[in-house]
Design a protein around this ligand. Sequence first.
Ligand code: FES
Length: 121
Amino acid sequence: STTPKVLVHFVNQDGVKSSVTVSEGETLLDVVINKNLDISGFGACEGTLACSTCHLVFEEDVFDRLEPMVDEEVDMLDLAYGVTKTSRLGCQVTVEGWMDGMTVYVPQDVKDQREISKGSK
Ligand code: FES
């Protein structure tokens, strides 16, 4: 049996587009790591909902179809820079077949919540 492949386009901070073919079931954080995408500082906490550096902006029609956020994601996203109404954390979004051809955008600035809380101690 073959896992259906899904085409995903990433636009990084410099506006450079990378198009990758990924498997269903990977998170967008897995994709960035596995495909070695050049997105500086992305996924600093390795998907443990502690950093918000995996912030991605989605197209509205895609965003509307994503699984709902858990409270921890809402809280962490609140702390991210430049949050839009179609923002999500990439480590919490799992690739599904219907996403084929979508484009996700890396916001201009990210901040690592762990660095900030360290600084405030
Ligand atoms: Fe840190 Fe997603 S990788 S919150």
